[in-house]
Write a protein that binds this ligand. Structure first.
Ligand SMILES: Nc1ncnc2c1ncn2[C@@H]1O[C@H](COP(=O)(O)OP(=O)(O)O)[C@@H](O)[C@H]1O
Ligand SMILES: [Mg+2]
Length: 367
């Protein structure tokens, strides 16, 4: 392929999110695996303060978080004007436009996975990897996801939710409702967060205040769910309207639940691919994942997480992650690798899907 035929990809990373650091790891893996023969790569970091910087340094500094101090950055932002169709970099001698064919957002959590960034991407007219605004917003909010999936008879844990600012004025009423409606242990979580930030397992009513205060620090809505005693399994869905589910993977947390330390620090939780499930149950997990994905209007990719109860093997949907962890050892890519795709092929496929959704042939993208 000649230089001029390369596809110009902008990988976005970082973000104003409690999952900023995880995004650096996901983006590093993506950058390292996009074939230089096929792609011209631009990397754009969003700092924790929300500044947009075009970064031209090595991946190592992206991975370890020192990229901002390298001096290899220049302020740059994505234009919402489809006529620009790219990044505007504010160089010393003036603004320069860098045309972009496709954007790969590698951000997790708030301000990246929640539809805010996707709104800008939609305005920009540039094809982008993953879900659009509505599906991203719905899946980010556990209370909204729960409401929509209950209406479709997809089984979930019994739950309730409330606005965090109601708690200081109505704590006793809210706690009474929790005790009346849900069996302990319960899980208390922020409706909008990720990576288990702000999530607590509460064994008895006395623990509710502290857990609710913790969740309320992360979001304006708090969700309380009945604890499910079961296996934790995850499935990777890939595609637009026409989508497929991977084989099912399983997580065995080493802590009392799959919390932040267990996910990223201890390294002692285990992943099993395939999950220890009977074929019939695995099939139900895959079917339910595809049904939820279609129902909520997902596109590109999503990882759909479930519990399978120990005795009855009930399949209970936990949550849908529209920008799941994407390092080469993360569940989403690993599930596809176990199904025969390499990590690089998975990236190609996601980029193809972005063009397909935008109704553009990959080759036509070159302006
Ligand atoms: N209802 C529940 N029953 C049992 N375990 C739960 C429940 N909700 C959450 N957990 C545990 O807490 C972890 C984090 O909760 P989750 O809802 O997945 O939030 P996050 O979006 O932060 O990943 C899950 O991976 C699981 O280990
Ligand atoms: Mg989760």
């Amino acid at each position: 392929m000649s230089e001029s035929k390369k596809c110009r990809v902008a990988v976005l990373f970082g973000g104003v999110s409690s999952e900023h650091e995880i995004s650096l790891l996901s983006a590093s893996s993506i950058v390292e695996n996009l074939s230089p023969e096929q792609y011209d790569l631009m990397t754009v970091g969003i700092t924790k303060e929300g500044r947009w910087l075009l970064y031209t340094g090595p991946v190592s500094a992206l991975r370890d978080g020192t990229w901002e101090q390298t001096g290899l950055t220049v302020p740059a932002f994505l234009s919402p004007d489809p006529g620009v169709h790219g990044l505007v970099a504010l160089e010393k001698d003036g603004a320069r436009v860098l045309p972009v064919d496709v954007v790969f957002p590698a951000l997790h959590g708030k301000n990246g996975e929640d539809g805010t960034l996707q709104g800008l991407l939609q305005l920009s007219g540039i094809p982008f990897v993953g879900c659009g605004t509505l599906a991203s917003t719905i899946c980010m909010d556990k209370a909204v996801t729960h409401s929509l999936l209950s209406a479709a008879n997809i089984e979930q844990a019994h739950y309730l939710w409330f606005y965090a600012d109601r708690f200081p004025v109505a704590a006793e009423t809210i706690k009474k409702k929790i005790v009346a409606r849900l069996n302990f242990p319960v899980f208390v979580k922020p409706a909008n967060a990720g990576s288990s930030v702000g999530v607590s397992k509460v064994d008895a009513p006395e623990g509710l205040d502290a857990a609710i205060e913790k969740a309320a620090r992360e979001d304006h809505k708090v969700v309380v769910e009945e604890g499910i005693d079961g296996q934790e399994v995850e499935v990777a869905v890939l595609g637009n309207r026409d989508c497929t589910a991977s084989i099912v993977g399983e997580i065995c947390a080493s802590a009392s639940f799959y919390d932040y330390e267990d996910k990223y620090i201890n390294g002692t939780s285990q992943l099993f691919i395939p999950a220890h499930l009977e074929e019939e149950t695995a099939q139900k997990v895959r079917e339910t994942a595809v049904r939820a994905y279609r129902l909520l209007g997902c596109s590109g990719m999503a990882r759909v997480d479930f519990f399978v109860t120990r005795e009855e093997h009930r399949v209970i949907l936990n949550e849908i992650n529209t920008l799941p962890g994407f390092t080469s050892i993360s569940m989403y890519p690993k599930l596809w690798m176990a199904s025969g795709l390499t990590y690089g092929e998975l990236l190609d496929r996601l980029i193809d899907l972005a063009f397909q959704k935008a109704g553009i042939e990959r080759g036509q993208a070159h302006g």
